[in-house]
Design a protein around this ligand. Structure first.
Ligand code: PHB
Length: 393
């Protein structure tokens, strides 16, 4: 009896204590670091719109906690991302970090490790990012996932001599390397790899160099936000009329820019994890809700990082019953699988990297608008660079 009374007292004391600190204990701050200004501002805007749509649709209460989504701008500069991550951890006591372009995701990694706070990567497509901290989980994509599939496809579908044009930074290097490896294994020849500076790109001289080599195919990686500029210069140099096939990861026909690119892009073949025209009831509802919330803006593969990133966070919190212990959250995220507007996806429990369908798509005009129309599906694709390392070990 005595024990029971003490037990009851202890419980009610704990409840009073919890009620006294309701804000600190019941709010989970999630801090996203995104390029909201600068040369790739459209990337930050798409992620932010995706994340906010998820919260709007699912409410901001999960497992008894209020979710506070904080979004800050690093302009895509890694040192700024690092500073904001520090402020998020120290001042805002965020339980989860989110972001970022590859350089920013890498800059945040040591802080996530030190603070034992999960870093949900919603943009970066570079393989090594997830290896930089045991607290990193990725929901975006890797460039290898799409580029390997495209390399195999090109070799089997008439391409023999390809020039690669890559944006000169880590995701570009990865797209070029994985594509070239697969294309050469399929019997193709890489005539040259041409590197275009990431900042303020002028593609004209690089397109001219590529054309002079007389390839039958041009494989191009430019990041989301540069697709429109690339397409304009491609047409200005007359490459659309040259008979050279244009292919690449779907970043070059990004749904954010595609509606404004012009009919010259019709026929372009790309590989990616998402198309706004993906044929599922869930995607149709997602696209309609996204457009409604964002003045008619079409969602792209980047905004889905924000949307699915929030889904991962919500589901992990449900599994931990609201505990924000970083190690527990990471354990809860490993192996999570769900249906996304992109199709089925999961988190590889071994690598914490995303496993998802990759689609081959062709630009077509559907009801008067340009879309990436999916014509082949590769199911449950893992990051090929990690798979290669696993097999080698
Ligand atoms: C990246 O940060 O790795 C990244 C960003 C935009 C892209 C692709 C990759 O379109």
């Amino acid at each position: 009896m005595r024990h029971c009374l003490i037990g009851a007292f202890a419980t009610s004391a704990a409840v009073v204590f919890a009620a006294g600190t309701v804000t600190a204990q019941d709010t989970v701050n999630v801090g996203f670091i995104l390029p909201m200004t600068g040369p790739v501002a459209s990337v930050g805007k798409q992620v932010s719109a995706g994340a906010q749509l998820y919260v709007q649709q699912h409410g901001n209460s999960v497992a008894g906690k209020n979710i506070e989504l904080l979004i800050r701008d690093d302009s895509g500069v890694p040192d700024v991302a690092k500073r904001i991550a520090q402020e998020f951890l120290v001042n805002d006591k965020v339980a989860i970090l989110g972001g970022g372009l590859t350089p920013s995701a890498l800059a945040m990694a040591p802080l996530a490790t030190e603070a034992k706070v999960p870093e949900v990567v919603v943009i970066s497509g570079t393989s090594i990012v997830t290896e930089r901290s045991p607290y990193i989980v990725r929901v975006s994509f890797t460039l290898g996932q799409s580029s390997g599939i495209l390399g195999d496809w090109a070799a089997k579908n008439g391409s023999k001599r390809t020039v690669v044009i890559q944006s000169d930074w880590a995701p570009g290097a990865e797209a070029a390397a994985v594509f070239s490896d697969h294309f050469k294994k399929g019997g193709g020849e890489i005539l040259d790899v041409v590197k275009v500076p990431l900042a303020n790109p002028d593609f004209a001289p690089f397109l001219q160099r590529a054309r002079d080599l007389n390839p039958d195919t041009l494989f191009v990686f430019v990041p989301a936000s540069q697709a429109g500029t690339f397409a304009k210069q491609f047409v200005e140099r007359g490459l659309d009329k040259s008979g050279i096939k244009l292919i690449g990861p779907g970043d070059i026909t990004d749904d954010n820019d595609l509606p404004y690119m012009g009919d010259q892009m019709i026929g372009t073949i790309t590989a990616l994890n998402y198309s706004a025209s993906h044929n599922s009831a869930m995607n149709k509802a997602y696209v309609a809700a996204f457009k409604k919330a964002n003045d008619g803006l079409r969602p792209n593969f980047i905004s889905l990082g924000g949307y699915d990133g929030m889904h991962l966070i919500y589901e992990a919190l449900k599994k931990t019953n609201g505990s924000t212990n970083g190690a527990n959250l990471i354990e809860a995220m490993k192996g999570l699988a769900w249906e996304s507007p992109r199709g089925p996806m999961s988190i590889d429990p071994e690598t914490r990297d995303v496993v998802q369908n990759i689609y081959l798509r062709k630009v077509e005009k559907i009801e008067g608008e340009l879309y990436n129309n999916e014509f082949a599906t590769f199911e449950a694709v893992k990051d090929p660079l990690k798979e290669a390392k696993r097999v080698a070990n």
